[in-house]
Design a protein around this ligand. Structure first.
Ligand code: CP
Ligand code: NVA
Length: 309
C-alpha cells in the first residue's frame, strides 16, 4: 500500500526547515509577540487536531491558544479516546483526520510513529515532542536567545551554547539548531547518556562533546539543561539520579559562564536535580520568557505551514 502523494510541509525535526526559513520564523515570531492577542486571523475557518499521547502543560496550551489567536479552532485528541487507542492503524487515522482537519500536532513516544502519521496524513504534521526530538521547544528557545542576546548573534551563529545533562530529545533538537545556524554547541552528558550519535556525526565540528559540565559551561553565552529522566523513563529514575549526580547547573558552574549568559530550561524542572533553585529563579534565568515564547513561535509556525504568504 502506498501513502498518498502530498505537497504539504511537516515539521518533524528542526532540520526540516532551511536556515533561511528558520530565521524568518524567528523574526515572524517576534512580530507575533508584538502584535499580541488581538491580531489578524490568517487561519480563520481552519481546524487543528492536537494528538497528545503524553502529558503536557506548555505545548498543549500554547498550541490551543495559538490556534485561537490565529482564528483556527483546535481539538484535543487523546489516543485513549480515539479508536487509535483500540488498535486502529495510524495510516487509517491519519488519512481520516486529514479529511476533517487542516493540521495535526502530535506528541508521542517513538519518533517512527510520528513519521508514520506524517507519511499518511495529507495535511501538515507538527512534532509536539517525541523521544527523539522537540523542535517546537527549540524554536522558542532560539527566539528567547535572540531576544536576550540579539537576533544578529543567532543569525550569525556567534554564540557558545552549553548543554548539560541528558542527551535527550531536547539535546538532539539543539544539535539540529547548531547544524542549521552554525553556533558552537558543547554537550556534557554522563557516559552512556549522550545524544544521537548519527546527529553528532552530521554536526561535525559544530558540536563538541565536553568532558564535564564545567568544560561545557566555561565562557558559554547560553546554558541549557533538562530533566534527568524524561517521560517514559520513570523506571530509570534512581539509576539516572546516580549517573547524573554531577550534571547540575548550579551557581558554581554559572560563575564559569559568560557574565551575561542566560539560562534556559524547557520545563518542567526538578529543582535540586538538574538545576539549582537559585539558578532557575535567578537573574540569568530566561525560563518563563522561554515558556511564553512557545506561543509566539508556534503562531509563526502554524502560519508558515498553513497560510504561507
Ligand atoms: N516544555 C514542554 O514541552 O512542556 P510540556 O511538556 O508541559 O508541554
Ligand atoms: N525531555 C523531556 C522534555 C519535556 C518537555 C521529556 O521528554 O520528558
Amino acid at each position: 500500500m502506498t501513502a498518498p502523494a502530498a505537497t504539504k510541509r511537516d515539521l518533524l525535526r528542526l532540520t526540516d526547515l532551511s536556515r533561511a526559513e528558520l530565521l524568518d520564523l524567528l523574526e515572524r515570531a517576534a512580530e507575533w509577540k508584538l502584535i499580541g492577542k488581538r491580531g489578524p486571523h490568517p487561519l480563520a475557518g481552519r481546524a487543528v487536531g492536537l494528538v497528545f499521547e503524553k502529558a503536557s502543560t506548555r505545548t498543549r496550551v500554547s498550541f490551543a491558544v495559538a490556534c485561537s489567536q490565529l482564528g483556527a479552532s483546535e481539538m484535543m485528541l487523546s489516543p485513549r479516546d480515539m479508536q487509535l487507542g483500540r488498535g486502529e492503524p495510524i495510516r487509517d487515522t491519519a488519512r481520516v483526520l486529514s479529511r476533517y482537519l487542516d493540521a495535526l500536532v502530535v506528541r508521542t513516544f517513538a519518533h517512527a510513529k510520528l513519521e508514520d502519521m506524517a507519511r499518511w496524513a495529507t495535511v501538515p504534521v507538527v512534532n509536539a515532542l517525541t523521544d527523539a526530538s522537540h523542535p517546537c521547544q527549540v524554536l522558542a528557545d532560539l527566539m528567547t536567545v535572540a531576544e536576550r542576546l540579539g537576533q544578529d548573534r543567532v543569525s550569525r551563529g556567534e554564540l557558545a551554547v552549553a548543554w548539560v545533562g541528558d542527551g535527550n530529545n531536547m539535546a538532539n533538537s539543539w544539535i539540529e539548531a547548531a547544524i542549521l545556524l552554525g553556533f558552537e554547541l558543547r554537550v556534557a552528558c554522563p557516559p552512556g547518556y549522550g545524544p544521537d550519535p548519527e546527529l553528532l556525526r552530521r554536526a561535525g565540528g559544530k558540536v563538541r562533546v565536553a568532558a564535564s559540565p564545567a568544560e561545557a559551561m566555561r565562557g558559554a553565552h547560553v546554558v541549557n539543561t533538562d530533566v534527568w529522566a524524561s517521560m517514559g523513563q520513570e523506571a530509570e529514575v534512581e539509576e539516572r539520579r546516580r549517573a547524573f549526580r554531577d550534571y547540575i547547573v548550579d551557581r558554581k558552574g554559572m560563575a564559569l559562564a559568560d557574565p551575561a549568559a542566560i539560562v534556559l530550561h524547557c520545563l518542567p524542572a526538578h529543582r535540586g536535580e538538574e538545576i539549582e533553585e537559585e539558578v532557575l529563579e535567578g537573574p540569568q534565568s530566561a525560563v518563563f520568557d522561554e515558556a511564553e515564547n512557545r506561543l509566539h513561535a508556534q503562531k509563526a509556525l502554524l502560519e508558515f505551514l498553513l497560510a504561507p504568504p
